[in-house]
Write a protein that binds this ligand. Structure first.
Ligand code: SAM
Length: 230
């Protein structure tokens, strides 16, 4: 009789199972809905979403709370926004402004693709937590700043891309001014407090063209060029 050596069974570690969750998230929520940009999909496979969104459902197909009454969108909406904002010359070395740091996850994705990111958050405690998470996950180059992002962040302008991850009644004029005149792209949910249309604006010289992408629901952009605080 011949004996075959059995490989001892080993349960997957937390990080191994998170890697599998990410692969499943990319296949079932992004690729299956038509997102094909390999650079974007690789970033979603690489960034440990569970370290930014502390929930058993970090990889689920749904929006989740991130603290201070704020939420992060489902992975597909984050991916759709990121894909729409991609500068024509690519993310590597691109100067990017995010308005609404929240958990820091969107900023991490942009940094993972090589962008130079400034992210503005109005809640100081969310900004501090996000900066700590970004640094712990290896994205310490992301600059997290506290302020009213509806005014943009003039010190870093012009930006090749601006992603506003909170909804406003219209495109804030300072953001348009801070967008690169050479094909700069701004993506933002525009509409009422309860529901909005994800909108892409492209700037060429003094011209700006806009296109509606999808109906969405985001938390409000509170500030001088957003909604008033309630
Ligand atoms: N991008 C985030 C992430 O990856 O977790 C999710 C952002 S959450 C949908 C919207 C964020 O915008 C909230 O954290 C909220 O506090 C912030 N916010 C709202 N108005 C703002 C403003 N005027 N300036 C900066 N941040 C603002």
């Amino acid at each position: 009789m011949r004996w075959r050596r059995l490989r001892p069974h080993r349960a997957p570690t937390g990080e191994e199972s998170a890697t599998r969750d990410r692969e499943r998230m990319v296949a079932e929520q992004l690729e299956s809905r038509g997102l094909r940009d390999e650079e974007l999909l690789s970033a979603f496979r690489a960034v440990p979403r569970h370290r930014f969104v502390e929930s058993d459902e970090a990889y689920g197909d749904r929006a989740l709370p991130v603290g201070s009454g704020q939420t992060i969108s489902q992975p597909y909406v984050v991916a759709r926004m990121t894909a729409a904002a991609r500068p024509t010359s690519g993310w590597l070395g691109a100067s990017v402004l995010e308005v609404g740091t929240g958990s820091g996850y969107q900023a991490a994705l942009l940094a993972e693709m090589g962008a130079e990111v400034i992210s503005v958050e109005r809640h100081p405690e969310l900004a501090a937590d996000a900066a700590a998470r970004l640094s712990a996950a290896g994205y310490s180059d992301v600059q997290v700043v506290v302020g009213d992002g509806s005014r943009g962040w003039p010190a870093g302008a012009p930006y090749a891309a601006i992603l506003v991850t909170a909804a406003g009644p219209s495109i804030p004029e300072p953001l348009l001014q801070q967008l690169s005149t050479d094909g700069g792209r701004l993506v933002m949910p525009i509409g009422a407090r309860e529901h909005q249309l994800l909108t892409l604006v492209e700037r060429h010289g003094s011209d700006a063209t806009s296109r509606v992408l999808d109906p969405v629901v985001f938390v409000p952009l509170i500030g001088e060029f957003g909604f008033p605080a309630e």
